[in-house]
Design a binder for this molecule. Structure first.
Ligand code: ATP
Length: 262
């Protein structure tokens, strides 16, 4: 990860070197009466790892999905690398290439091999040759430790292996940022660490990441910043040590004490 600049004295946000990559500006979204994203404003800089935490229903997934245009927003703007998110067309396809997404449930194509899962988008969307796409896919599968599973079908792999394939698949498009929405929540406990280790490795290599997770150990280890949400709002934003050791709001104190009970 790039070295951190010193945060301004008035701010508790650790500002990293590297220009803004994801800029979320006064974003609002409702589901009917429910104000699910309420005036969300934050900036994720290049190379930064931001962990989003908060109680169930606080809007974390919706925020992640809005960044990838899997959800529309009512007002405000989201820009990725200076480009306002498009609603459709070629712009949307480019956005999907720039913004990798890793879901809780892996979402691999069940009837394609591991290798085909990773090469599909580079061949179809980036028009890469099969040979180049396969060479790159094998490199990525190696990087996440599942190269020896390349010819298998997803169902033959453990959950942890499938999620590592999903991470390799998102990396195959050379994304500018990777969004991860509870990437370890569907895994058996013994497989969680193998996926977290891959995520920590990506963070150390400077990948810009926005990760919704309840894994506080990961946040402490790898995050530059924790963004705590409740009721659709960002309630606190701070470096992990500061957030975990000195939460400011009653909502965060309450949330952390409940998490620590488990
Ligand atoms: N498509 C939808 N239609 C209506 N309400 C929705 C929809 N998707 C989410 N919600 C509601 O919006 C709120 C925020 O949901 P969201 O999934 O973003 O929360 P979250 O913080 O990610 O929660 P969790 O930790 O449980 O995944 C919840 O009250 C949820 O029920």
């Amino acid at each position: 990860m790039p070295p951190a600049d010193i945060a301004p004295a008035t701010s508790n946000i650790s500002v990293r070197r590297g220009e803004p990559l994801v800029v979320i500006d006064h974003v609002d979204k409702h589901y009917g009466e429910l104000h699910v994203l309420n005036d969300i404003t934050t900036v994720v800089n290049r190379g930064e790892v931001v962990v989003v935490i908060g109680p169930s229903g606080s809007g974390k997934s919706t925020l992640c999905r809005a960044i990838n245009r899997l959800e529309t927003i009512d007002s405000g703007t989201i820009t990725i690398d200076g480009e306002v998110l498009p609603d459709e067309g070629a712009g949307l396809a480019k956005l999907r290439a720039d913004v990798g997404m890793v879901f809780q449930s892996f979402n691999l194509f069940a009837h394609k091999t591991v290798l085909e899962n990773v090469t599909l988008a580079p061949i179809k969307v980036k028009r890469m040759s099969r040979k180049d796409a396969e060479a790159k896919a094998m490199e990525l599968l190696e990087r996440v430790g599942v190269a020896n599973q390349a010819k298998k079908m997803p169902a033959q792999l453990s959950g942890g292996q499938q999620q590592r394939v999903a991470i390799a698949r998102s990396l195959a498009m050379n994304p500018k940022v990777i969004l991860m929405d509870e990437p370890t929540s569907a895994l058996d406990p013994e497989m969680i660490n193998e996926v977290l280790d891959v995520m920590v490795g990506l963070a150390e290599q400077g990948m810009t990441m926005i990760v919704v997770t309840h894994e506080m150990g990961f946040a402490r280890r790898a995050a530059d910043r924790v963004l705590f949400m409740a009721d659709g709002r960002i309630v606190e934003e701070a470096a992990p040590a500061q957030f975990f050791d000195h939460p400011q709001s009653d909502r965060a104190k309450d949330f952390l004490s409940k998490i620590l009970e488990h």
